[in-house]
Design a protein around this ligand. Structure first.
Ligand SMILES: Nc1nc2c(ncn2[C@@H]2O[C@H](COP(=O)(O)OP(=O)(O)OP(=O)(O)O)[C@@H](O)[C@H]2O)c(=O)[nH]1
Ligand SMILES: [Mg+2]
Ligand SMILES: [Zn+2]
Length: 307
């Protein structure tokens, strides 16, 4: 698995399961090879290797742990900003305050997750700044969606233990507005559960705030995490407005009660979603942002041939 790629050099974590018993290293430490990938993009008609890619590689120098990547395995998904492949969980971080939550961004990231087959993990951070019932109100927004919601603060070890359990076994990218606490969370998790590689330079680098290169960190009980300076919700533009509702799990049951097949739940009469919304069963903000996004996508679709 590629952990990072800088200047054409890729750090590839060896899957020890691929070695015969006599070749297994004696200790438990992860084995990382530095690899180039020259020629591979063209030859395979494929793409440039990304962090998160599963690859096969040839060992060129066992002592120096140098290799050459021959092949990128099929990807489950891939992103350009950040450039990373095979994410299976997206931690969507929002703060109680500082900054004020951008709920539309959260909704869009939730859509991205579903479109890319990624488990969303909603993290309500900075719960120490709650002055009343802000955390509760934020939880309520997603209560009918079925998505996992965690509350977190850098002042609570218990909350971090719960977060860690949700990270084990997944490759998790952290996304969310600037200032919500992504790097803080990542650093706390790494300070407690980093799989040690003995690479001192890496430990120093990650202290820096700016996230220039995408880098996956392995956790000691399994799983990988990565920081992102901003995760674009670009797939939303690829969603057809008529399909948008399928990304709102809390609409599904009510949608069966609509009078019209293919009801958009915007202005049709006898709309099941609208009825539930009027009864307060569907979160107001979620519904209103749905209509806003629907109109945006429809307009883009209607104007698709216009320049
Ligand atoms: N009160 C409080 N502050 C927090 C908490 N977590 C992080 N912060 C603070 O929030 C500020 C921003 O945190 P960062 O971790 O840099 O935020 P980020 O999401 O990585 O921001 P970008 O890198 O700009 O996207 C820092 O001053 C943190 O100390 C928390 O649980 N409670
Ligand atoms: Mg950061
Ligand atoms: Zn409807």
């Amino acid at each position: 698995m590629i952990l990072k790629g800088v200047g054409g050099f890729y750090s590839v974590l060896l899957d020890k399961g691929s070695l015969s018993k006599d070749k297994l290293p004696k200790d438990n430490a992860p084995v990382i090879y530095t690899c180039k990938a020259r020629g591979i993009h063209r030859k395979e008609g494929g793409s440039i290797p990304l962090p998160g890619d599963r690859v096969t590689f040839k060992i060129l120098d066992e002592q120096k742990r140098i290799g050459h990547i021959d092949r990128i395995r099929d990807r489950v998904n891939a992103f350009t900003r950040p450039a990373v492949a095979n994410i299976d969980q997206l931690a969507i971080v929002l703060a109680v305050t500082n900054p004020q939550p951008d709920m539309m961004l959260v909704d869009k990231l939730l859509i991205t997750c579903q479109a890319k087959d990624i488990r969303p993990l909603i993290i309500i951070n900075k719960t120490d700044l709650d002055t009343g019932n802000q955390v509760e109100a934020l939880r309520k927004v997603y209560e009918k969606t079925g998505f996992t919601v965690l509350s977190l603060t850098k002042f609570s070890c218990e909350a971090y233990d719960i977060l860690h359990k949700e990270l084990v076994g997944f490759t998790t990218a952290f996304a969310g507005q600037s200032g919500v606490g992504k790097s803080t969370i990542l650093n706390i998790v790494l300070n407690n559960w980093l799989m040690e590689t003995g690479d001192v330079s890496e430990r120093i680098q990650r202290g820096k705030h700016t996230t220039r290169h995408v880098q996956l960190f392995q956790l000691d009980q399994g799983g990988f995490i990565l920081d992102t300076p901003g995760f674009s919700a670009y797939t939303v533009t690829e969603v057809h407005h008529e399909d948008l509702q399928s990304y709102y799990p809390e609409f599904t049951d009510a949608a069966g009660l609509c009078r019209f097949k293919g009801c958009s739940h915007i202005s049709e009469p006898d709309c099941g979603v609208k009825i539930l919304y009027d009864e307060g069963q569907i979160n107001e903000g979620r519904y209103l942002r749905y209509t806003e996004l629907y109109k945006e996508l429809k307009e883009a679709y209607d104007n698709r041939y216009r320049r």
